[in-house]
Ligand binder design. Sequence first.
Ligand SMILES: [Zn+2]
Length: 218
Amino acid sequence: MPYPSIIRGWNCILDWIAPLRCPLCGERLDEMPACRRCRLPDPALRRRQLRLDRRGPFLLLAGGDYQGALRRLVHAFKYHADPGAAALLLAQARLVLPARLLWDALVPVPTPRQRIRARGGEPVAEFASRLAVVTGLPVRRVLRRAQATPPLAGRGSVERRRLVRGAFRAQGAAGRLLVIDDVATTGATFRACRRVLLCAGAVSVDLLVAAATPRRLF
Ligand SMILES: [Zn+2]
């Protein structure tokens, strides 16, 4: 049995034992999965941008703005490992993907080791694994943290850029890669990842996040 089929089967059993519920309103999610009361996933929220830097064009895909219901879902997933939040964020992220996938692999942004210990898991890697199941794209862990960085939340773009400079290393990158992260704010983390992935041999590097700050993406 191929690996995604095993996961699908396991998820069906889990749904039967403990049906998924929306963390925002408590309603049981339907099969999509979707919350009718919160009207999620919502195609109107998704954001796609084609951007250009000195290394070439790249795509920025976000499930939606990091505010309101989406922000609460990200928090429920990231800090409380809520399975309903994970299912809704995945459904929202699928809406932003084009019908014909443009990538060879998904590359999760690695979580700093101390935060993995504190949270008891790695939400971004888990999100990438779930996306891999629904897209059929493999996950390649070609990024690693070269040095510890303090939490970036609440910091400005200049400080973020300084903190993530040299924070990542890439090894064995190849083909067209879609970097996966939970939230994009200033884009400093993505820029640092994109730079090392292209230097390590990737042909192209795009970004998919569950949510992005509600302003023009970096
Ligand atoms: Zn709901």
